[in-house]
Design a binder for this molecule. Structure first.
Ligand code: CDP
Ligand code: MG
Length: 730
């Protein structure tokens, strides 16, 4: 290999006489396809990127030459032998021709950054390569994924490629589900789960390789892992760390990881032509539907991928497309409309991967889940609304909500790229060129800078990281957000006056859930109603998908839902639904009759099991007899969610108690027609208005009793009706 490298290096020098000293040095340093670069500004980086591309192409060409010239090594001979079809497929992936160089680079560097387009084979192949050359002999390989769906599907794929049963040699671990065993050597897990493993084993001694995958997504947990892993890599010389990203913009990552080298896997991408609207679109949903129809009637065959912001919108678009094509009968070709979003049941998700029948056109309506974590073959046309739903956190008010935000240029390019995987494609951007150039940020804002940090602060504290301000963040969160998180944990009594973890806090940290929720469970422990509280927590955790409300039978479904209602509000109603379902022996027919989503309630049941196990582990006793006092259940929720208190004012509107923010009761609440004065909500969602989802009625006295650090008596005085001037016209 040394000889090969020398040849290659000489050819590089020959082909690039203008290369600077620095570039030559780098070329030599980082071996063949590994290039290190660090640019001072965007323009320089662009140049570097171009240069990089040239270099990579050059190296690729030469490697081919060298391969055919040399007599052929052991692995080359293997390549020529035909394996089973799946092995042949593996060899067809772009990453395959870089296998040996990649392995050499991993051998030579403890931290390596790997860049390659979505679909090039990073996630499924790299762990297998490492296994093939023996890295699993002295430890497991961990590969993190920001999304649960991705961790599961990739693990399934890799176990299939290796011909082993899922959960044996190859497994996955996601919150509330662990599909691994003693045998597991390749483990796909969500970034949040690896973070939890740090709590059990801060040196990750059972692993020989840790691959932080989809690093470009910069999720909160990925960012925290960066800091911990960077530290660990310095301490453990026998640990290999891989950071893999689907976007080229890794200069910052490289310099963060002590100038780690970057290994580029060139993609096989076709040209994608971008089209913009002439003027801003007033209604992008309408525009997306019209564009889809236009493509369908005027463009050559090829599937369409439409990026929208969320489930509601996707369903709306689906409906619009169906109504508008209905009248046309056989005048147009068949259009297969397929939605995809994170909470869609997995068998429905699988449908998007099925090949499109002859003469038909597939239209996939997706959220940004299809931006990098999923690869759909056959897409030629992309329609990009230019927006996505993002969590946004306001540390001043402590409120977190999902809001529709413009995407970044990097995301826009990524979306467009989805059209060029199999052939030259077209991307229709539903915004103007001007707005692309002037209004979009270069890169997405990392999640750490727009989210509540309560949970992570709790984890970091329990890892013994006392001074969070000094933690080596790649992009530090706003200090306001950090302070807010500390204050919240203090109000929850998880931290003491000194900012140290309390005994309660330590136990709360063991639960992989929001501190507000783990506090409820701890409080329920005191009251002897853990059983009921964890049922409610499980139901709340599956999100907004317990009740099923088909459009054509909405009234009927609503009546049945109200039949479950319990005084007190949505939490107790959910408890009632769950208990009745259990009484029906978990029947799916019962669910059908009652307009309950079977999958969701089953998921709640799984989560419940997990929470029960956790309770056992941290020695939280679960009451066997049902708790007869509903107020204790409600008070448990008060002790965790007191931040979310809202009061009904004489105007007929609710305002949050601490910062007088206007909020509304969601029409799906059982309390919608009978508004109580004081409520606690589970979450806020922003659609047309800011809605409180899942509310319970509370007694303000309880709040004072349970959150004395947070409320003052005057916050909770019931004076709103008094204050209203009686004689307005006087
Ligand atoms: O990680 P990266 O995006 O680079 O690629 P990958 O996820 O390893 O996928 C490589 C190829 O494996 C894809 O192009 C798919 O054809 C296939 N794959 C699959 O069939 N099913 C999965 N769940 C994941 C990947
Ligand atoms: Mg991947």
């Amino acid at each position: 290999p040394q000889q090969r490298f020398k040849v290659l290096y000489d050819r590089y020098v020959e082909a690039k006489p203008e290369a600077t000293e620095q570039e030559l040095w780098e070329q030599k340093q980082t071996n063949r396809a590994i290039f290190r670069y660090g640019a001072k500004d965007r323009a320089q980086q662009k140049n570097y990127e171009l240069l990089l591309e040239n270099q990579v192409n050059f190296v690729k060409e030469n490697l081919k030459k060298i391969k055919s010239e040399s007599s052929g090594s052991e692995s080359d001979r293997q390549i020529e032998e035909e394996g089973p079809p799946i092995q042949k497929e593996r060899k067809g992936l772009p990453i395959f021709e870089y296998r040996d160089e990649l392995l050499a680079a991993i051998r030579d560097h403890n931290v390596l950054i790997v860049v390659g387009e979505t679909g090039s084979g990073k996630t499924t192949q790299i762990p297998q390569y490492l296994h093939e050359v023996g890295y699993t002999k002295y430890g497991k390989i961990a590969c993190t994924q920001p999304r649960r769906v991705a961790a599961m599907s990739v693990a399934a794929r890799v176990s299939y490629e290796l011909g082993v049963k899922l959960g044996h040699e190859v497994g996955y671990s996601i919150r509330f589900e662990d599909k691994t065993s003693e045998k597991t050597i390749i483990k796909y897990l969500t970034d949040g789960m690896l973070l939890r493993e740090f709590m059990v084993d801060p040196e990750l001694n059972s692993y020989s390789v840790v691959m932080i995958d989809e690093a470009h997504e910069r999720t909160l947990h990925t960012d925290i892992l960066f800091g911990l892993i960077k530290d660990l890599a310095r301490a453990r010389s026998n640990l290999k760390v891989l950071i893999s990203s689907a976007t080229m913009d890794v200069e910052k990552m490289s310099s963060y990881f002590d100038d780690a080298p970057v290994f580029v896997i060139p993609g096989r991408r076709f040209e994608v032509e971008n089209y913009y609207t002439k003027a801003p679109e007033a209604d992008y949903l309408e525009a997306a539907v019209i564009t889809t129809l236009q493509i369908h009637v005027s463009q050559p065959p090829g599937d369409v991928l439409v990026f929208l912001t969320g489930q509601d919108e996707i369903e709306q678009a689906q409906e619009m497309l169906l109504t508008r094509t209905r009248g046309l009968g056989t005048k147009i070709g068949e259009m297969i409309i397929l939605p995809i979003y994170a909470t869609l049941p997995s068998d429905m998700q699988a449908r998007i991967f099925e090949p499109t029948p002859e003469g038909a056109r597939k239209v996939v309506l997706a959220t940004n889940i299809a931006e990098t974590s999923l690869t759909i073959d056959g897409i030629i046309y992309v329609i990009d609304c230019g927006l996505c739903k993002q969590s946004s956190y306001n540390p001043r008010t402590g409120m977190e909500s999902l809001i529709v935000t413009p995407i970044s240029k990097a995301s826009a390019r990524q979306r467009a790229g989805r059209a060029g995987r199999v052939a030259p494609g077209k991307c229709f951007r539903l915004y103007t060129l001007w707005s692309y150039e002037h209004e979009l940020e270069e890169n997405p804002i990392p999640e750490i800078q727009r989210t509540n940090l309560g949970n992570v602060v709790l984890i970091l504290k329990s890892l013994g990281i006392e001074n969070l301000v000094k933690f080596d963040f790649m992009d530090p969160p706003a200090s306001e957000t950090l302070i807010r998180a500390l204050e919240e944990l203090y109000a929850l009594a998880a931290l003491n006056d000194e900012g140290e973890l309390t005994k309660l806090g330590r136990r709360m940290a063991e639960f992989p859930i929001d501190p507000m929720m783990s506090k409820c469970i701890m409080q329920a422990h005191k009251y002897g109603c853990v059983n009921e509280v964890i049922t409610i927590c499980s139901m709340l955790s599956v999100g907004n998908s317990i009740f099923y409300r088909p459009k054509d039978r909405a009234l009927h479904a609503d009546n049945i839902r109200m039949g479950f209602a319990r005084p007190g509000g949505d939490h107790l109603t959910l408890l009632n639904v769950y208990n009745q379902w259990e009484e029906s022996d978990g029947s799916s027919n019962w669910c059908k009759e009652m307009f309950i989503q079977y999958r969701s309630i089953q998921k709640a049941s799984d989560i419940r099991e997990q929470l029960l196990e956790l309770c056992e582990r941290v020695e939280v006793e679960v009451n066997e007899d049902p708790c007869s006092d509903c107020n204790l259940i409600i008070k448990s929720f008060c002790s965790g969610y007191f931040f979310n208190t809202a009061r009904l004012h004489a105007t007929g509107l609710y305002k949050t108690v601490k910062n007088q923010h206007s909020v509304h009761v969601h029409p799906s609440s059982v309390l919608f027609k009978d508004l109580p004065r004081w409520v606690i909500y589970h979450e806020l969602v922003l659609t047309t208005k800011e809605f409180m989802r899942q509310i319970i009625e509370v007694n303000p006295q309880w709040l004072l009793e349970l959150a004395p650090h947070y409320f003052k008596a005057e916050d909770l005085e019931d004076d709103s009706f008094k204050k209203l001037p009686k004689n307005r016209h006087k």
